[in-house]
Write a protein that binds this ligand. Structure first.
Ligand code: B1M
Length: 294
């Protein structure tokens, strides 16, 4: 059975600005066995240092210790690349370093992809995804595509810097239930809007549910451009995609009721997370009282 390790919490990543010895003192991954906590920290630093030849060598022992592919992606891989983003933003890293870190992410995802896709047990529809024109970022989109595939979708991944015409051609050819645009740059977000406008102009808007995602994308942006759903992360995107092809399958792309139903999924998820955090805090408080009494 897969080990359960908390990855959803908002972690303090300040230690990743220092060195691995500082990282060893953080309480991140404290719910993992000691040797796995160490492995997770090594993986974080492998991504920060861009040592892609060694990445799979860290992934394999984690998998052998029953860590799931999803935990690795949402856990140490996410924290490692987040620190790379911070360093890039602060001009501590430049493109060559970021490219090496991206290679680590690709090496890890290449190893994990077959494991995620093996979870697929049913066929629930086709999704077309791509990173919009002018944008080369594809790590997040690949994760979304993998998770969608695992959930039962056939995913047609059009790659990066996809012009609106290619999305339109793919909609005509594959007749997907969902089309998703990823954008990581503030300068390319607008291509999501342009692509929706083109889909509408071609008379295809009602045929597909439009999903948008990527680091600069928000619910407000999704609302503004008239997309149906915003995927904050891959898990949310999959949950909404599944709802679109099951209980909301009668609704057409662009329907305001569909949009409202997508927002309700976010609300339910936030409430569930809050409940979980409260239950955890309560359990910890009870354990402290018990320890103090005994
Ligand atoms: Co670039 N880059 N980059 N970069 N890069 C960012 C995005 C940046 C925020 C870094 C920074 O300044 N801190 C910044 C953008 C600033 C801005 O516009 N506001 C930036 C910049 C400026 C650039 C260049 C312009 C730099 C330059 O040339 N001077 C250049 C642009 C090239 C281009 O696209 N034309 C560039 C290039 C690159 C590399 C090629 C070196 C490399 C990309 C390699 C690759 O992807 N193959 C790269 C990288 C790696 C990054 C950072 C560091 C990491 C991105 C990433 O993979 N994150 C990034 C910093 C950051 O994001 N904090 C940065 C991990 C990934 C799992 O998260 O992609 O957000 P994310 O995906 C998530 C969610 O967003 C969501 O689910 C995913 C999984 O949970 N999601 C969706 C994503 N797509 C979705 C679609 C959906 C639903 C959910 O439905 C369809």
């Amino acid at each position: 059975m897969a080990l359960k390790i908390e990855t959803e919490k908002e972690f303090n990543l300040d230690d990743l600005k220092q060195d691995i010895d500082t990282t060893r003192k953080t309480d991140r991954w404290n719910d993992a066995p000691t040797e796995l906590k160490e492995l997770f920290h090594k993986l974080e630093w492998n991504i920060i240092d861009g040592e892609h030849a060694d990445t799979v060598g860290l992934i394999n022992p984690a998998l052998e210790s029953q860590v799931s592919a999803r935990t690795l992606i949402a856990g140490p891989m996410a924290t490692g690349i987040a620190e790379v983003g911070r360093r890039f933003k602060m001009d501590e890293y430049f493109l060559p370093e970021v490219m090496m870190s991206a290679k680590c992410m690709h090496a890890a995802l290449g190893r994990l992809k077959p494991l995620i896709i093996a979870e697929k047990t049913e066929e629930i529809g086709t999704v077309v995804v791509g990173t919009v024109q002018g944008d080369l970022h594809d790590i997040g989109k690949k994760i979304v595509a993998m998770m969608m595939e695992a959930a039962g979708f056939t995913v047609i991944d059009l790659g990066v810097t996809v012009p609106p015409d290619d999305f339109i051609a793919a909609i005509r050819e594959h007749k997907p239930k969902i089309v998703g645009f990823s954008a990581l740059l503030t300068t390319t977000m607008n291509m999501q809007w342009e692509t929706i406008k083109r889909i509408t102009a071609e008379g295809l808007r009602q045929d597909v549910k439009v999903f948008v995602g990527g680091a600069p994308i928000s619910q407000a942006w999704c609302d503004k451009i008239g997309a149906d759903a915003y995927g904050m992360d891959a898990l949310v995107a999959v949950e909404k995609a599944k709802a679109c092809v099951t209980k909301l399958s009668n609704m057409k792309g662009g329907d305001p009721e569909l949009h409202a139903a997508m927002l309700a999924i976010d609300k339910a998820r936030d409430e569930a997370k809050l409940k979980q955090a409260q239950a955890l805090a309560q359990a910890q408080a009870q354990a402290q009282v018990k320890a103090a009494a005994g």
